[in-house]
Design a protein around this ligand. Structure first.
Ligand SMILES: [Zn+2]
Length: 477
């Protein structure tokens, strides 16, 4: 089954609770041609269209998984606890996947996102070498089938993995990346021309991997492509302590100042992690309108650190949430990311007045994400004129009972299978807890059948770089 996102049904959602920031209101929400056309306490009878009785439901805008790598579904649960740089060495060594597997991992990521309250995903997609077009085609097919909004940022790099480690005064050599910077940019340009189609639910972004694996020329080329095709920008930023050292070695300045100098930062730039930002970095991000995507589970899993999100917000930096890839989180549950990514910060600031409220976290996960993608005029809020990207949560589900404060139960509790219905542009994408565009039994079967089930026994790349990593990070040999 597939959806045409431009053609949407008429719909009235009756009597649902919506949070206001100071409490809750019970409203009717009317949707026509994919947009919210009216909201009120009693809209009366409607001319045609579907009616949903939402008396015991909470209605929220759809959230966004604002940073993930769908291909990592195949390495879920596989890699032992390691810091990012060594974890990546393990990831690089694992058995390669096929375009068919790309399709199933994207479908799995999309389903997990929909069933945890998301209506959009930013897939910083690993491209299979020499099969870039097939990779992107497979992932786009999965997301279009689900009807989820997909922001596709193909991962681009032009430096090999050993270049991502700080040198620490130890001279090291590495070979060239398998493809030149120019050729890499040509591939990206071709992918944009072939796949960028926002009206059909597929929006491309430029997605250089990060300062650790990209040259200045690659960043500059991505800026040029984003301007030529009017695309958003996405990259990893200062995820680890090693990257802070690397930036100082490479640029003699902070990575944020350098990216600013290259013209990469603007109001449609979203930056995954940003764990190690200085006050000066925060000022730059605030002044350029850039967004930090907070991935708390990944940061914990890889020991990267706790991003000082409360400080970012106080400095005027827009912040939203992501799950990050399944190899560094092992799950793609947005509600879990919001819970950990909100509560984690209470231990970092004794002034409880700075702590995130559930309503603030909701705003970060919805409007904050839309802003980071340059979409805030289009969707991300419950307001007349916005696209109907909506999620209806079942407040009678056992995991949300007893009925107390619905939003706090949803975010601070442990909700499971609580999405009753959801829509993208007014089109149903989840109905009665089941994704409309996916046969879940088939998905289960294919994930099982394509599972490698194996472990990386060679650990060749890890052995290559571990001694150097320990030395430059000041760890015992
Ligand atoms: Zn990532």
């Amino acid at each position: 089954m597939s959806f045409s996102l431009g053609l949407a049904m008429s719909l009235t959602i009756r009597g649902s609770l919506i949070p206001t920031g100071t409490g809750y209101e019970r409203v009717d929400v009317q949707v026509r041609e994919g947009r919210i056309t009216a909201m009120g306490s009693d809209l009366g009878s409607v001319l045609g269209g579907e009616e949903i009785d939402a008396d015991r439901c909470l209605l929220l805008p759809g959230m966004v998984n604002a940073h993930t790598h769908s291909l990592e579904v195949w390495t879920r649960g596989l890699i032992q606890p390691l810091p990012l740089e060594l974890w990546l060495a393990e990831l690089y060594d694992l058995v390669p996947v096929t375009p068919e597997m790309v399709y199933w991992s994207a479908l799995s990521t999309g389903v997990d996102t929909l069933l945890s309250g998301g209506t959009a995903v930013v897939d910083h997609l690993v491209l299979l070498p020499e099969q870039e077009e097939e990779t992107l085609a497979a992932a786009c097919r999965a997301y279009q089938q689900l009807g989820i909004r997909a922001f596709m940022a193909p991962l681009l790099q032009d430096l090999p993995l050993p270049a991502s480690l700080p040198q620490g005064g130890v001279g090291r050599e590495w070979g060239a990346y398998f493809r030149s910077t120019e050729e890499t940019l040509a591939v990206m340009r071709h992918l944009v021309q072939r796949f960028h189609d926002p009206a059909a639910g597929i929006t491309l972004m430029v997605g250089p991997t990060g300062i650790q694996l990209c040259s200045d020329d690659l960043f500059l080329g991505c800026v040029a492509i984003s301007k030529e095709f009017d695309l958003g920008r996405h990259t990893h930023l200062l995820e680890t302590r090693a990257q802070v050292k690397l930036a100082a070695e490479k640029y003699g300045t902070s990575a944020v100042a350098h990216l600013h100098k290259l013209g990469f930062l603007d109001h449609r730039t979203s930056l995954a992690h940003g764990v190690w930002l200085t006050p000066a970095d925060m000022e730059i991000l605030a002044s350029t309108g850039s967004t930090v995507v907070h991935n708390p589970l990944s940061n914990l899993r890889l020991g990267s650190g706790i991003a000082p999100v409360l400080q970012y917000r106080q400095a005027g930096v827009n912040v939203t949430f992501g799950c990050d890839g399944s190899a560094s989180n092992d799950g793609q549950d947005l509600l879990e990311a919001v819970k950990i990514g909100s509560l984690l910060h209470n231990i970092t600031d004794p002034d409880y007045r700075h702590w995130l409220t559930a309503f603030q976290s909701l705003s970060m996960a919805t409007a904050g994400a839309a802003k980071g993608l340059g979409q805030e005029q289009e969707w991300g809020s419950l307001a007349v004129g916005q696209a109907a990207d909506l999620v209806l949560y079942d407040l009678t589900h056992l995991s949300l009972l007893p009925y107390t404060d619905p939003l706090q139960m949803l975010f601070w509790g442990r909700p499971v299978h609580v999405v009753k219905h959801s829509w993208v542009k007014g089109q149903p994408v989840v109905q009665n807890g089941i994704p409309v565009g996916c046969d879940l039994e088939e998905l289960r079967r294919m994930l099982w059948e394509h599972s490698q089930g194996g472990h990386n026994t060679s650990r060749r790349m890890l052995h290559d770089i571990e001694a150097h990593y320990r030395q430059v990070m000041g760890l015992d040999p």
